[in-house]
Design a binder for this molecule. Structure first.
Ligand code: CA
Length: 363
């Protein structure tokens, strides 16, 4: 298959072809002069702080580092395809690239959730370690291969917050009847604990919380939550974010588009995605600390830890739900086994390193 024909009309229009047409495009020696113009669809509002800017940064870095040979036009959710149709659009080759979160494919590819976040699962650095050194990436590629997709880890918010509540959570009874915006597996866990998880587009969260249509919402952490104004719609800010201990974002590339890139551009994509993961986590760590200062000074905000009883209850329900998912889906079973074996090993290591250190540091 010729490179310029790989995914139909849009891609043909999107590829500039050879920079030196007189020399032909097919020999490897000429590949370095070829220019690629790709489209990337995302699950985020256009240029959304943090999540949406990560992919804008990816495009800018790839353009700069490739000397303009790989140019990517980024589309916000809904601009080209709806936010939750990124996976399908890249899979069928409507566009070459997508950016979002693998747990949005719950219901279609349940096992994909292991590559974003599992409640009480791997944190930011542990997820990086699993994906890049612990065999995670190979499992991820195997999972996505039937969908004609090549995945990369590309962004991480770090550990999130438990969320904003207008009801106090003093024990497991307080979860009963709780109407909360919480997507994914975290939502399933809340449902089994007696609550009512709801899914809302980001733009509707603030009003729903303020007007009492929901009792609580999780979103990300201080950096994003303050920019959404959630501290003006609820009083109690609970931690930790048991539901998302360090969610990784994904960059997905259509297989034929990937195969069309020369090796140096493939290597550039891989390393640039890694740089975005580190960069975004750094941005969030800095932004969270700054926004937390604002919240600590706000008399209308009460920062609270979830009672241990509540966390233990949510943890045991998580174990049940993940076990059921693994029992019903061979891919989830294979990946889940690898994930939990890694988590067990990591816990022993983290306990005597980061955890031990942080518990002794002045706090
Ligand atoms: Ca969240």
């Amino acid at each position: 298959m010729k490179r310029r024909e790989f995914v139909g009309g849009l891609a043909v229009a999107g590829l500039a072809g050879c920079a030196r047409p007189e020399s032909g495009c097919d020999s490897d020696t000429d590949r370095s002069s070829e220019t690629f113009e790709w489209s990337c669809v995302t699950s985020w509002p256009p240029r959304f702080p943090g999540l949406g800017m990560a992919v804008e940064n990816l495009a800018e870095r790839l353009d700069g580092a490739s000397g303009g040979r790989l140019q990517i036009k980024v589309y916000g959710g809904g601009e080209l395809v709806p936010p939750f149709e990124v996976f399908d659009a890249v899979s069928r080759g409507t566009v070459e690239m997508g950016h979002g979160a693998a747990y949005y494919h719950k219901g279609k590819v349940d096992a994909a959730q292991f590559f974003t976040a599992i409640p009480f699962g791997l944190n930011y650095m542990e997820l990086n370690a699993w994906i890049h050194y612990g065999g995670g990436l190979e499992l991820w590629r195997e999972l996505y291969a039937p969908y004609n997709l090549v995945p990369f880890l590309c962004g991480n918010t770090g550990v999130q917050m438990g969320g904003w509540f207008n009801k106090e959570i003093n024990g497991v009874e307080d979860l009963k009847g709780l109407k909360m915006r919480i997507p994914g597996l975290g939502g399933d866990v809340l449902r089994r604990a007696g609550g009512t998880p709801v899914t809302l587009p980001g733009a509707e969260i603030f009003t729903s919380l303020q007007q009492g249509a929901i009792d609580a919402t999780e979103w990300v952490g201080p950096y994003n939550d303050v920019s959404f104004g959630l501290h003006k719609a609820a009083r109690y800010y609970y931690y930790p974010g048991w539901q998302e201990p360090g969610p990784g974002l994904e960059c997905i590339i259509n297989q034929q588009a990937w195969d069309s890139l020369p090796p140096d551009l493939q290597a550039l994509v891989a390393v640039t995605c890694q740089s975005i993961t580190i960069d975004m986590a750094s941005e969030y760590t800095n932004g969270n600390a700054n926004s937390l200062q604002q919240l600590l000074a706000d008399p209308n905000v009460e920062l609270r830890a979830f009672p241990d009883e509540v966390l233990q209850h949510l943890k045991s329900i998580t174990a049940e739900i993940v076990a059921e998912m693994m029992a019903s889906d061979p891919a989830a079973e294979k990946i889940g086994k690898a994930f939990y074996a890694y988590l067990d090993k990591m816990e022993a290591n983290t306990r005597i390193s980061e955890q031990a250190f942080l518990s002794t540091r002045k706090g």
